[in-house]
Design a protein around this ligand. Structure first.
Ligand SMILES: [Zn+2]
Length: 422
């Protein structure tokens, strides 16, 4: 009964605040804290972590591998859990891509695959990243993908086409202005013929090379007050303040099947990037929004590469731990860990091979050891694409209890918008 009343009241009070009343604003803060959180502060900071392509099987495989039968991942130990459905509004497919998935989070609207926070008619929608900035919060994004890849882009840009990554970079500088930008994707920040810190046509992937059409955006970022770094040492030495770090031409890893050039050895770890971003953003008096993403879960699941998928899950877990520790020391922080969709149709299976219903292009990986046990498990893939499975969402801090139950992915926006746009 109490739960129902407060949930019903919160949007009403938020609307009243928009109309502008100080006494009402104080009441809203109490409502935001939620019925299970009396005495806790309201959500001032939001850390949103995307395990791209991560659903229940990826988390369970990582739990067995890193923590064992009786163990628990940090991402699974957050006190609140629920599930999100992920279906897009695409004329041609029932299964989402990362662009439509992140657009649902960032705008509250389902849209077509490939859309970066535009509606089904291609009209731009307000994004949480831009709105948080307009509301006086600091913002940041950290990813092992290109910093302009679909998921972070949906929080900080609008485009009818996720492939327009140079224009998405331009929008970061001209429109949404995140304070911290750390990840890969240098190729989109420089024009062809300007290799930058990461050489064009490297042996690991000869197709990589600068290809931006918006001029030298790194120079422009510097002119706009960003420190630009491209190595771990430079990142360590960076002063507080606006920060652009680009640590790869494209993704910060090479996605391939096992033994075919697959590499996950980023020059800077996701955990380190997350720690640096938090150190910078936490100096902001009005709070912050930080988007964190481990892209390699998705990409190695696309490649049905169980070993690297587990490795990426381990790196994501370390970043979650950094965020969890921050949230523990800053109780006004809402921490969310989820995925944008499932990739691979992954199943955790026994090592017996008599139960197979057909392998085809999607083979089985393993066996992998279970920590603290002599038993092992296999990873079985049913597709090299995304699936429509629901994804777990876990959360801690103010408003976390809102995520209990099953919701559409647009619900993330419903919870976060009142926090980030006031
Ligand atoms: Zn994705």
């Amino acid at each position: 009964m109490v739960v129902r009343t407060v949930k019903w009241l919160a949007p009403v009070l938020a609307a009243a605040v928009a109309a502008g009343g100080f006494a009402v604003a104080r009441a809203t803060s109490r409502a935001d804290a939620g019925p299970a959180a009396k005495g806790r502060p309201t959500a001032r900071n939001v850390i949103f972590i995307n395990g791209d392509g991560m659903a229940a099987a990826h988390r369970e495989a990582a739990r067995l591998f890193y923590a064992g039968f009786d163990g628990r991942l940090t991402m699974d130990s957050l006190p609140v859990s629920g599930q999100l459905t992920t279906s897009p509004r695409d004329p041609a497919t029932a299964v989402t891509d990362s662009a439509a998935g992140a657009s649902a989070w960032a705008t509250g609207q389902r849209t077509y695959n490939g859309a970066i926070s535009v509606d089904v008619a291609g009209r731009p929608l307000p994004t949480l990243g831009a709105q948080a900035k307009a509301a006086g919060k600091a913002t940041g994004l950290v990813t092992t993908a290109q910093v302009t890849d679909a998921s972070p882009a949906a929080f900080f840009a609008n485009s009818t086409d996720r492939a327009a990554q140079d224009d998405i970079a331009r929008q970061y500088l001209d429109v949404s202005r995140p304070d911290v930008i750390l990840g890969g994707g240098e190729d989109w920040w420089l024009p062809a013929g300007r290799p930058g810190a990461y050489p064009d046509q490297p042996a690991a992937d000869p197709e990589e090379g600068s290809r931006g059409t918006k001029g030298d955006l790194i120079a422009r970022a510097r002119a706009n007050g960003y420190q630009y770094v491209s190595t771990a040492a430079q990142l360590t030495a960076a002063r507080r303040g606006k920060l652009l770090g680009l640590f790869a031409n494209e993704e910060m890893f090479q996605q391939h099947p096992e033994g075919q050039g697959d590499v996950y050895d980023p020059p800077v770890s996701l955990a380190t990037m997350t720690r640096t971003a938090l150190a910078t953003l936490s100096t902001e008096r009005n709070g912050f929004l930080l988007f964190v993403e481990e892209e390699a879960v998705d990409e190695f699941a696309h490649n049905n590469n169980g070993r690297r998928t587990l490795q990426a899950m381990g790196e994501l877990e370390k970043a979650v731990t950094v965020a969890r520790d921050y949230a523990a020391a800053h109780p006004d922080t809402l921490l969310i860990v989820t995925g944008d969709h499932e990739t691979g149709g992954l199943a955790v299976e026994d090592t017996a091979t008599t139960d197979e219903s057909g392998d085809g292009v999607s083979a089985e990986d393993g066996p992998f050891p279970i920590r603290g046990s002599t038993l092992r498990f296999n990873l079985d893939w049913t597709t090299e694409s995304h699936t429509g499975q629901s994804v777990p969402i876990t959360a801690s801090g103010p408003l976390a209890d809102r995520f209990t139950g099953q919701h559409p992915n647009t619900y993330v926006h419903e919870v976060l918008a009142p926090v980030l746009t006031r």
